[in-house]
Design a protein around this ligand. Structure first.
Ligand code: FAD
Length: 512
């Protein structure tokens, strides 16, 4: 018989788990502290423009499709997903840029490589071939749980092992293919998707740019937040109980057994199993009673010594005009990218020369703003709150950062006089991520993805320090990023189905 499951948090990981389990006959109750779903993958409004709070680029659409299929649904019936080409523009100073196209666009990417990096153009195909091979060997590792050293000993891991290249970083790997430093940046900046530095991110993450080029980058009509909205709809259609505005205060423990949870108002809810989607490190610190004594490896004092991802300073701008010449996605790099990355990872105060990701969704989606207006989403990676850096409580620091971003947009992205067109704006700082969105240390991409914080060295999907507790989301295996998080939800669903003898043929992604 399937069990009664309580899920804490309606972010993408929690929603995936809740939706699949509900479709398999489990009685699932999901508690969300906000009065909306999605967490980091929700929306916000500034003036008449709608924004994604966090994720804006969907990769590996096939994972999203699979999650809906697992719940007996067709994602295309709920979401209008659009493939973007170019996927993004990479801007190097005001004069130089490359538009990056995926492999469905024939020779367009090759032509761009020849235009911008003529000496490196032929290496592009070699790069795709090598990273494609590596991706096919690595993908099985992201689809299964790791519960101990024994779980590393299987044919999938053994096949992937020679491809892990423990000793090389993503940036070093690119040196094998490209000579131009800007070409290397074009295929390694994606480490920032994990909140990491390409100069110390393990080289097997070189498969992320491959995944973009091979499988494309997508926008969802209305923003990626619609993925969470659609999943909550499916969950409710399947009889799931979604309780919004229900912050959980504490887990109920009987020794090492999790028995249920207590809401902030003091209601007690008993469950056979609890799934945590709220940021695990926030939960370990605030929701597990006496965590310092109850937990071993993941007790708060030990966690404090772990490496966490960077944070982000966000500026959402509602404008009285549209910029049709600005691509949907633009990454505008610092002149000295390496120093900028070191400042972010090294807990220094942000320098004047920094990189900005700008999303202009109105370019492809008229539902994001009223006609004649637009919304620009600007993301600047900044240090997390593990060590003191910029004082985000100081309004002068925030104002200075905002003005630096506007200057960057004017000088480098050619958005002349943008400040004259601002109708409204909203800022999120590392403090907002920590205090309003409950992300530990404001580390927006959670625990860093360094080699000994991956696979069995990450908090496990079936948590091994407490019974009946399961983890899904950015802070657990396989890691941060929408497809990866959806996969963590699939893994938890299959672990719970196994526990109760419920049939769930978790399809593997193969035949690439
Ligand atoms: C700025 C930014 C940009 C990103 N860009 C991309 C991108 O382009 N592409 C991509 O693939 N990924 C991107 N990511 C990464 C990834 O998509 C997010 O990290 C992801 O949305 C996190 O999902 P999650 O399942 O871990 O849950 P979260 O989004 O962290 O959701 C957890 C939920 O738990 C709730 N909660 C917390 N505490 C409690 C409590 N006590 N009781 C009840 N509920 C609680 C929260 O309110 C929240 O709704 C980005 C992330 C950020 C922050």
């Amino acid at each position: 018989m399937s069990g009664r499951i309580g899920v804490i948090g309606a972010g993408p990981g929690g929603l995936t788990t809740a939706m699949i389990l509900a479709s398999k006959g489990f009685k699932v109750t999901m508690f969300e502290t906000n009065n909306y779903v999605g967490g980091r993958n929700s929306s916000l409004k500034v003036g008449d423009s709608k924004f994604d709070v966090g994720p804006t680029i969907l990769m590996m659409k096939f994972v999203l499709d699979q999650v809906f299929k697992d719940a007996g649904r067709d994602a295309d019936k709920y979401l209008n997903v659009m493939r973007l080409n170019p996927m993004y523009r990479l801007q190097f100073g005001p004069q130089k840029h490359i538009d990056c196209y995926d492999m469905t666009q024939g020779d367009k990417m090759m032509a761009e490589m020849q235009r911008v990096f003529p000496k490196d153009a032929t290496s592009y195909r070699k790069y795709l071939q090598y990273e494609g091979d590596r991706f096919r060997k690595m993908i099985p590792l992201l689809q299964k749980p790791y519960h101990g050293f024994g779980s590393l000993l299987n044919t999938d891991t053994l096949k992937a092992l020679p491809n892990i290249s423990l000793h090389t970083t993503m940036h070093q790997l690119l040196g094998k293919y490209y000579q131009d430093p800007l070409a290397k940046i074009s295929f390694s900046f994606q480490a920032k998707y994990l909140g990491m530095s390409p100069y110390d991110c393990p080289s097997f993450f070189g498969m992320i740019p491959y995944v973009e080029h091979a499988f494309g980058c997508y926008h969802v009509e209305g923003g990626l937040n619609q993925i969470s909205v659609a999943m909550s709809k499916v969950f409710k259609e399947l009889g799931g109980d979604l309780q919004l505005n229900k912050p959980i205060k504490q887990l109920i423990l009987d020794g090492k057994k999790v028995k249920g949870l207590i809401t902030k108002e003091g209601e007690e809810h008993l469950f056979d199993d609890v799934v945590v989607n709220a940021d695990f490190f926030h939960v370990a610190e605030k929701l597990i009673p006496n965590a310092e004594n109850v937990l071993q490896k993941w007790k708060p004092s030990k966690t404090a010594k772990k490496r966490f991802s960077c944070s982000t300073f966000m500026l959402y701008i509602h404008l009285d005009k549209v910029y049709p010449e600005l691509e949907h996605n633009t990454i505008s790099f610092a002149d000295d990218y390496e120093s900028n990355i070191k400042a972010i990872s090294g807990h220094l105060v942000m320098p004047d020369d920094f990189s900005v990701y700008v999303c202009n969704p109105t370019k492809s989606d008229s539902t994001m703003s009223k006609p004649g207006t637009s919304g620009l989403y600007c993301l600047v990676p900044v240090p997390n709150l593990q060590k003191v850096s910029d004082d985000w409580n100081n309004p002068d620091v925030i104002e200075l950062m905002k003005q630096k971003i506007y200057k960057h947009l004017e000088d480098r992205c050619h958005l002349k006089n943008i400040r004259d067109h601002v109708l409204e704006e909203k800022v999120l700082t590392p403090h907002s991520w920590r205090d309003e969105i409950h992300v530990h240390q404001g580390a927006t991409f959670s625990l860093a993805h360094s080699i000994f914080q991956l696979l069995l060295w990450r908090p496990k999907n079936k948590f091994d320090e407490l019974e009946n507790l399961y983890l899904t989301g950015a802070g657990t295996h396989p890691g941060s990023g929408i497809p990866t998080i959806l996969e963590s939800g699939r893994i938890v669903s299959s672990l719970l189905c196994d526990k109760y003898g419920v049939k769930y043929d978790k399809e593997r992604y193969e035949n690439f």
